[in-house]
Design a protein around this ligand. Structure first.
Ligand code: TAP
Length: 500
């Protein structure tokens, strides 16, 4: 397998221009930027550095495609056929897309091949499959009128996405937005534009008409802002930090009141009750929740809130497993579970939080620093702090790296209070063998997704979104994701006959 992927890597030809109106085009002013491989710190590709004028061009193409009806007026079954072909092409190009994603984002190749790329295709396919099975409504009016309640595509969707799951985050937006008949202008994170640019080409090959999907790479404070403020974009869907998400609401208010949907950060609790299942069962799940994807995960279970009676044994187990099971290494190596962090500056941010944890007096029980420095990559050892309090910065702020903070509790009420004492509310998990406690906690936790005896984001059939400052205005995944890309229209037909 390693040899086969090395061959794929040698043959890679990155798509580096913007994808607008069905073709690759350079930035209007011809500028480019260099993206780097986070595992080596070396340059990987020269990518079009787009600006506001490129966004204008993309929005014009999307608007034209939308108004022409070339996509929205297709029968849902026909849109389905094209999108399923798109999904099939993603699957067929798994090795190429996975290798690209790993080189670009530093994600472990085994995870990307087995999960990220299949889930990307699966997301497009799921929404495509749904779209010719959803009915509109007829209101209970009585014979004097027919009241139809229909959903129509919103128009031109702007999307701005982060670097941690580049292909998957794109699919979470594109799946429901395209299936419901919209046209899209999407900005990938600068660090990770390559997989989406290739996917756009595959969408064209699948038969998506020109202008229906447009990809505009470039900096957030230029291209992202231009999308956020564009008067001809109807909805903007953003995934990223709470701080930047907040600015989208200001931009909308200041311009055309476009609908804003935000999927934001988190500081998600994992609560281990006194009557939790055996610790050898739950320890691997606890570590998956925080170390998966280097902890660069919005729903990472970054606070472990554990009953004092189970604390010592659980800490001992996970500290040992962090070192033995979570191998840090070259992400192109099949056995690697933790690759590099995305950039040098993000590495420094995460290392800064590790220093903060030490200074705040939490007890370091695993990791605690940079590793594999000679590679030039941005590697951090999986790190665990015990004996923290929920007031410490390492318990309150999103670190977005492989750093777990452990807080002990004595009563269920205390556990719940600590878990909910955060400005975020994206995910939570509870470990208990008591059904009543499980139900009670699941209801009382202020989070968009609660896993019981597991860490989970559900599957494509379940909505994903945040309470409090983890989200705003909608959800990704499931048929609920269709709502944010469609308008609800009432058509009222008078059935009374006059003069007969
Ligand atoms: P951000 O810095 O917020 O960046 C996300 C996207 O916004 C990037 O494409 C970025 O562009 C763009 N952007 C940056 N500044 C902008 C501005 N002033 N105006 C408009 N767009 C701007 O987040 P990140 O560091 O990439 O990603 C990590 C964050 O995303 C974490 O907080 C994480 O929790 C969150 N996240 C949430 C979810 C869900 S589903 N809730 C999923 C994944 C990640 P450039 O970076 O290219 O400049």
């Amino acid at each position: 397998m390693a040899r086969a992927l090395a061959e794929v890597e040698r043959g890679l030809q990155f798509r580096t221009a913007a994808w607008i109106d069905g073709e690759f085009v350079p930035a209007l002013d011809g500028r480019t930027y260099t993206s780097e491989n986070p595992a080596t710190g070396r340059p990987l590709a020269e990518i079009a550095l787009c600006g506001a004028a490129d966004v204008d061009l993309a929005v014009t193409a999307a608007r034209h495609a939308f108004e022409s009806g070339v996509w929205r007026d297709l029968a849902p079954a026909e849109r389905k056929r094209i999108l399923i072909r798109f999904a099939d092409l993603i699957d067929a190009n798994n090795d190429e897309l996975a290798t690209t994603e790993t080189l670009d984002a530093g994600k472990p190749i085994a995870d990307v091949r087995a999960l990220d790329i299949p889930d990307t295709a699966g997301t497009i396919r799921w929404h495509a499959e749904a779209i010719d099975k959803l009915y509109d409504q007829v209101a209970p009016t009585g014979p004097a009128a027919v009241g139809m309640v229909v959903r129509e595509p919103s128009g031109v969707i702007g999307a701005v996405i982060p670097w941690n799951y580049p292909a998957q985050m794109a699919a979470w937006k594109l799946g429901p937005a395209l299936a419901t008949g919209n046209c899209v202008v999407i900005k990938p994170a600068q660090q990770t534009a390559l997989s989406l640019l290739r996917m756009a080409e595959l969408a064209g090959e699948a038969g998506l008409p020109p202008g229906v999907l447009n990809v505009v790479p470039g900096p957030g404070d230029v291209v992202g802002v231009a999308i956020a403020r564009h008067p001809d974009i109807d909805v903007v869907a953003f995934t990223g930090s709470t701080e930047v998400g907040r600015s989208f609401l200001h931009h909308s208010a200041d311009t055309n009141l476009k609908r804003v949907v935000l999927e934001l950060g988190g500081k998600s609790p994992q609560v281990v009750m006194a009557d939790a299942p055996p610790l050898d069962e739950i320890a691997p799940k606890v570590l998956d929740a925080i170390f998966w994807n280097m902890g660069e995960n919005c729903s990472a279970g970054s606070r472990l809130i554990v009953h004092r009676s189970r604390q010592a044994e659980l800490v001992e187990r996970i500290a040992a497993a962090a070192a033995s099971d979570w191998l840090v290494g070259d992400p192109m190596d099949d056995t690697t579970r933790i690759g590099p962090l995305i950039t040098r500056s993000h590495l420094e941010r995460v290392l800064g939080y590790i220093e903060v944890g030490r200074a705040e007096g939490a007890r370091l029980v695993a990791g605690g620093g940079r590793v594999l420095e000679g590679s030039g990559g941005h590697f951090v050892a999986p790190t665990i702090f015990d004996n923290a309090t929920n007031q410490m910065r390492i318990a309150r702020e999103e670190i977005f790296g492989p750093v777990l903070t452990i807080i002990a509790f004595d009563t269920e009420a205390e556990a719940l209070a600590i878990a909910n004492d955060t400005p975020y509310g994206l995910a939570a998990s509870v470990y208990t063998e008591n059904l009543r406690v499980a139900h009670r906690m699941a209801r009382a936790l202020r989070a968009g997704t609660v896993g019981i005896n597991t860490y989970s984001e559900g599957d494509l059939s379940t909505p994903f979104g945040g309470y409090k400052q983890s989200g705003f205005g909608g959800h990704d995944k499931s048929v609920h994701a269709h709502d944010q890309y469609t308008e609800l229209k009432t058509i009222w037909i008078d059935m009374t006959e006059t003069g007969s």
